[in-house]
Design a protein around this ligand. Sequence first.
Ligand SMILES: [Zn+2]
Length: 298
Amino acid sequence: MTDLKLGDVTVTRIEEMHGPIMPAGAFFPELPAEAWRANTDLLVPDHYGADDDLVRTAMQTWLLRSEGRVILVDTGVGNDKHRPAVEPWDRLHTGYLDRLAEAGVRPEDVDLVVNTHLHLDHIGWNTRLVGGEWVPTFPNATYLMPAVDFRHWNPADNPGVAGGVNEFAFEDSVAPVHAAGQVRLWEGSHTIDANLTLEAAPGHTPGSSVVKLVSGGDRALFAGDLLHTPLQLEHPEYDSCFCEDPASARRSRAALLGWAADSTALVLPAHFSGHSAMEVRRRGGAFALTRWAPFPRY
Ligand SMILES: [Zn+2]
């Protein structure tokens, strides 16, 4: 099953790619190595390789159909992007748009794009290369972006980000959409429709956010980069090396996983491979997996 009905919203997973990404100790510098080995039942093979010590992730978009609109939550790494800081993502050629088409969506059908934050792996398909120019991939869409990240990641406003992990990403994946008049900036919280609300979840980046779904009796949390591995359920106190403000990231993670546990919300992070989404419960001062979502394993 690739579609999930949550209240009045249909959720479809669109894969860009998945696989090993980086050593556990580099990705999560403070997380003790023995915690990975003690949780192989939970983590292997979809989230961690016991043989190679590499964390497994996915790049994927959550495609939502809500109130007659087609909504994409996060847009992956993208094709043809020059990514000097992340060599495996440099000038990719994936079949992402083919997989979107298999789900019945042409680029012109997309009404709304939600970038949970403006890291390079969440904005890539915002644009594509046409005749040597970056143009919005989704010509009829409004792109919702957190205003805080829009300011933070613009090298013209914040020279400190130049040459870092996001090198060229603002210029090729944000600025062209803004120039086309398709960006809507929001701050704090933003009501998308009667089923979906954007909420600030700062820490991973200053403007990081999540989408909450509340529809009929169903709840879901499109969690962006609130967490990167199921091991952060048992250890929500540990951050990835990409979390800019660890103290805020931990606060956001604990609060939102708490909401998900207390409301039996499905949690759909941006980068979980395998079944990609899960229900969680409180356990002690942390969290535990209740069940995986019925998406087939990658
Ligand atoms: Zn990410």
